[in-house]
Write a protein that binds this ligand. Structure first.
Ligand code: ZN
Length: 329
């Protein structure tokens, strides 16, 4: 890869960022995507989509680190290869990787594309992530990344809310908004995490002054996706940026469920989007915009990528972008 770097630099300086700006190479934020084990088999592609969106913003350089034992990668691992010279084994079941030890401290922000049933990381890696975030690092949690590691206490505090993997009333309350927009912390018993069939649904901004959503329309249609509901967790120092109404027509909870959240953890910042089930969901312009802005906010506490894309969805009409892997990297 290193041999191609000069070519990449040239290309990146002549490319026009869709965000209308380009940060000098040396000032770019350093992002690390971590993945390898996720029940959502689209993950090799959605990792590449995430990398591509962040790089196209002109604001980030992106590395990817993957567990050597992968799960559910399948054919997409060939279609969207890492080409990092390392050897990976795609297994029938998730398996702990004792060598998965990213140096989180090298990055401004870490993005988890792990999912349900991801095997536990080495304890030293768990501690390193907690130390990194507590010390001021950024973390981004996408969709099923909030299914991982149900019994890891610090992780649950970092993500605020999660689902499945044994989560129940002992994990913390259900958190949602009522009709008046008031946050409800519901301690009733029951499992954490559910969703009905995927469908298009409307995001409603609840904190219009937050940098991640500032200047965006107050509501927009999201492309077809699962609508996560009845998540539960400690939900400490958590701000709900946007919700979606979980319509009983789609086996919904009849509640306004948190879709975009931020969590403060020590000196660190977490951006959590519950959306992003598959490549279609990842193609939504509202998803892309908030993912990129949220990643910048997690990295720095600010958002400079304030331009609202021309193809941003309206309250009644979703909007998606075609995705293809850039030919030269
Ligand atoms: Zn899903």
């Amino acid at each position: 890869m290193k041999a191609f770097l000069p070519v990449l630099l040239v290309l990146s300086t002549v490319s026009t960022s869709v965000w209308g700006q380009e940060t000098a190479e040396k000032d770019k934020l350093r992002a690390l995507i971590i993945d390898g084990q996720n029940n959502h088999s689209a993950w090799p592609q959605t990792t590449m989509m995430t990398r591509s969106y962040l790089e196209q913003s002109g604001r980030f350089t992106v590395d990817i680190q993957r567990t050597q034992y992968t799960w559910k990668g399948g054919q997409l691992l060939q279609q969207f290869p890492l080409e990092d010279g390392k050897t990976y084994q795609d297994l029938e079941q998730p398996k702990p990787d004792p060598d998965f030890k990213p140096n989180f401290a090298d990055y401004d922000v870490v993005i988890s594309n792990f999912g349900w049933k991801a095997a536990p990381w080495p304890e030293s890696t768990q501690q390193a992530l907690e130390r990194y975030v507590r010390g001021g690092g950024g973390l981004v949690v996408i969709h099923a990344a909030n299914n991982s590691f149900g019994s890891w206490d610090a992780f649950n505090r970092m993500i605020g809310l999660g689902g499945w993997d044994g989560r129940d009333e002992s994990s913390g309350p259900y958190v949602y908004l009522d009709e008046s927009g008031k946050v409800v912390r519901d301690k009733s018993t029951g499992k954490g995490g559910a969703h009905g069939p995927a469908h298009e649904y409307r995001l409603v901004v609840r904190t219009p002054d937050h940098p991640i959503v500032r200047g965006l329309p107050s509501a927009w249609m999201h492309t077809k996706d699962e609508l996560y509901q009845q998540l539960r967790g400690p939900a400490e120092n958590m701000t709900i940026l946007a919700t979606a109404y979980a319509d009983p027509k789609y086996r919904g909870s009849d509640r306004h469920e948190p879709m975009l959240m931020t969590i403060d953890y020590g000196q660190g910042r977490i951006f959590h989007t519950t959306m992003g089930h598959d490549a279609v969901s990842f193609s939504g312009v509202g998803f892309i915009t908030t993912l990129v802005r949220g990643t910048e906010w997690a990295a720095t506490g600010e958002v400079t990528l304030t331009q609202v894309p021309q193809d941003f969805p309206t309250p009644t009409q979703s909007s998606a972008r075609e995705f293809s892997v850039p030919e030269v990297r």
